[in-house]
Write a protein that binds this ligand. Structure first.
Ligand code: IVH
Length: 669
């Protein structure tokens, strides 16, 4: 078989298996077989760049080159829907449709209202050619590269499908609850701000300049609106059913209603059933099914007359606010928490709600004793959305005020520029900060001392055994064996696992130190670049920010950390106890300074190593991999098929272009 045919066959099979897995949820082959096929295709494409195709299944992994989004004008403007909040308003809509159609019979297509961000996809001859965000409704951002990485969006429609030559399909891009929770957990461990709900997370992801980030985040998409001049049917429902056959993910829950009662039944069913869906929904959309009738009814300036959204009531309860308490975290940030009379809300009993920070608290104008409304919307943690002011008239309580001093240690709170939170600055003596830092130090991704937990840490702290992480290594069996040896076995285990943590590699020690803003990834970068704790402690702001991935916020925080004598003393004690304060010989061997100070752009398709492998090589040899060519670029590591625009730019700036072989020779590998 000709190479071209082989490539085409592999692509079409991979498109099909991708569809089976991500749209139908019914894979026919194992993950391993899928990976093997993908690998074969990758090899053929690398060897034959002349057959490259942006819609090849291999392109779903995205690229880490920075992209700029260009603005594209929508062929049909992207309108919004008018909202209704109760059944009477739905009945009004139904009546308006009936009278608009002058008594003609009609059907209403009932669908879920997905709570993500809307996208317009353009297909030509069965291939995805463009994906554009809603923007202002008239024009949006071209996010095609990012959308190509969303596995359930077909890049090539199913063979034999009778799709029109040209059409547009609109839908919603979503982050499933599961991916959202995992993403937030990961961000929390890195002390990065959390996404408030899956919609924000999906939107932040889709607008990422780096399409490989999008590929990793596991987005989903449902399509709900087909537009074009050559659609197969007059019915919207029927068109979507056809689109399902072409390979699109269409909701299974769509239904045609012939009476108002059938619409109500649909609403009632999904009001509870939606909680079992893997993605967020915030209502129901009702659409007149016939496209001809849609044209008869037409549009207002903002929205169609043939469709309406019915929004679900966010689940809300009313209860009494008894007290506001303040929690101090590991970093000293103070969070106000509302304590309320227990109340049933969305299947759980709620008695506490976070108030986030002083600004949020002030905005709500809370008084102790107020009857407050609590909601569980797209967010997982319940929040107070308002106060029942009528109730306050009878018994006004004292205004809820933010505290000025730390509830745990009494220190005066401070507010740093640009931050919403108030902080307790007493890092060295404020108990929750001390305990929080020790808990972080022993956690799985840090020193992994799993025989200890928050309760034991609390106990040892109260008994005066530990004040900082270095004290852990001084604990003796007699101090923790219950006094009479009754807990000898567990005491031995604890002391042993603390001692064993001396084997934990340096990069995790850097993470364990709990330097503000230094998460797992930054810790790794710092460890690999500075190689030992003394070099890291001596680094200047300039040395630090030169490192790829280290910005000024992290850099300043590292400097502040090592600037404190208390921290330097702890590090010295940890060093004496045998904790790793430098990269191991093995890791050191892999690192050189051959590319120190060099900014290198990777471009094109390679045959000897993958792009990621080259990236790692650059970093291990002290270089910096950057996304786009500029006058600061030292050289371009170029494979086959480097884009003409890039070549031109490199030539203009006189930047050296190096091929794979020369690069490997340079590194002497
Ligand atoms: S149809 C002209 N159907 O809701 C009608 N929209 O306010 C176009 N949405 O921007 C929209 N689920 O992002 C339609 N099943 C659904 C939907 C849906 C969610 C979103 C969409 C739109 C907004 C309307």
């Amino acid at each position: 078989m000709q190479v071209k045919e082989q490539i085409e066959q592999l692509r079409s099979e991979l498109h099909r298996h991708n569809y089976n897995y991500y749209v139908l949820n019914a894979p026919e082959i194992s993950d391993r077989e899928f990976d093997e096929m993908m690998h074969r295709l990758q090899e053929l494409e690398t060897a034959h760049p002349e057959f490259a195709d942006p819609n090849s299944p291999t392109q779903r992994v995205g690229s880490d080159l920075n992209q700029e989004f260009t603005q594209v004008v929508h062929k049909y403007p992207m309108l919004s829907l008018s909202n209704t909040y109760n059944k009477e308003e739905v009945a009004d809509f139904y009546e308006r449709v009936r009278s608009g159609l002058e008594g003609e019979p009609f059907e209403i297509c009932c669908e879920m209202k997905y709570d993500g961000l809307s996208i317009s996809l353009i297909y030509e001859h069965g291939r995805l050619v463009r994906a554009v965000t809603r923007g202002d409704g008239v024009q949006g951002d071209d996010v095609t590269q990012n959308v190509r990485t969303i596995r359930c969006i077909p890049l090539q429609l199913t063979d034999g499908g009778e799709y029109p030559d040209e059409f547009e399909i609109r839908g919603e891009i979503l982050m499933p609850w599961k991916s959202f929770e995992a993403l937030n957990e990961e961000r929390e461990s890195r002390e990065e701000p959390l996404f408030a709900n899956p919609r924000n997370a999906a939107s932040g992801t889709l607008k990422s300049k780096n399409s490989s980030v999008v590929a990793e985040r596991k987005l989903d998409a449902f399509l709900y609106y087909l537009l074009g001049e050559q659609l197969p049917f007059d019915g919207h429902f029927e068109n979507l059913e056809a689109a399902r056959k072409w390979g699109f993910k269409i909701s299974e829950g769509m239904k045609k209603a012939r009476t108002l009662q059938e619409i109500y039944d649909f609403i009632d069913y999904w009001d509870t059933e939606r909680k079992n869906l893997p993605v967020a929904t915030d209502g129901i959309v009702l659409k007149v099914n016939s496209l001809r009738q849609q044209r008869t009814l037409g549009y207002t300036a903002k929205s169609p007359r043939w469709a309406i959204a019915y929004k679900f009531q966010a689940e809300r309860a009313c209860t009494r606010l008894n007290e506001i308490t303040f929690q101090v975290g590991r970093t000293g940030a103070v969070t106000p928490v509302a304590n309320m009379d227990p109340v049933q809300l969305a299947g759980t009993v709620v008695k506490r709600a976070t108030l986030h920070n002083a600004d949020v608290m002030k905005q709500l104008d809370l008084h102790i004793g107020d009857m407050v409304y609590v909601e569980k919307g797209g967010e997982i943690i319940p929040k107070i959305v308002g106060v029942n002011l009528e109730e306050r008239q009878f018994m006004p309580g004292p205004e809820a005020k933010f505290i000025t001093h730390c509830p745990e240690c009494g220190a005066r709170l401070v507010r740093y520029e640009g931050e919403a939170a108030w902080y307790c600055p007493n890092e060295t003596a404020c108990p929750p900060q001390i305990k929080g830092r020790i808990e972080h130090f022993i956690s799985r991704k840090a020193m992994n001392i799993d025989s200890l937990g928050p309760e034991t840490i609390d106990d040892y702290y109260r008994r005066g055994l530990i004040h900082n992480v270095a004290d852990l290594y001084d604990i003796e069996i007699q101090q923790i064996n219950g006094g009479d040896g009754s807990r000898e076995k567990s005491a031995r285990k604890i002391v042993r696992s603390i001692a064993e943590s001396c084997q934990v590699p340096f990069e995790r020690v850097v993470f364990a130190l709990g330097i503000r803003f230094v998460g797992e990834i930054a810790a790794k970068t710092l460890a690999r670049n500075f190689k030992n704790i003394d070099a890291l402690a001596a680094a200047t702001l300039d040395d630090l920010t030169k490192v790829s991935g280290i910005g000024t916020v992290i850099a300043q925080s590292v400097i502040d950390f090592f600037g404190k004598e208390e921290n330097r003393k702890i590090i010295e004690r940890l060093r004496t106890k045998g904790v790793q304060m430098q990269l191991s010989e093995e890791e050191l061997g892999e690192h050189t300074d051959l590319l120190a100070g060099k900014s290198i752009v990777i471009s094109g398709v390679f045959s000897k190593h993958s792009r990621d492998e080259y990236k790692t090589m650059i970093e291990k040899n002290g270089g910096k991999n950057v996304g786009s060519i500029s006058s600061k670029t030292s050289f371009i590591l170029a494979g086959d098929n480097m884009g003409p625009a890039k070549l031109e730019k490199a030539r203009k700036l006189g930047i050296q272009i190096m091929n794979e072989d020369d690069f490997l020779q340079l590194l002497e590998v």
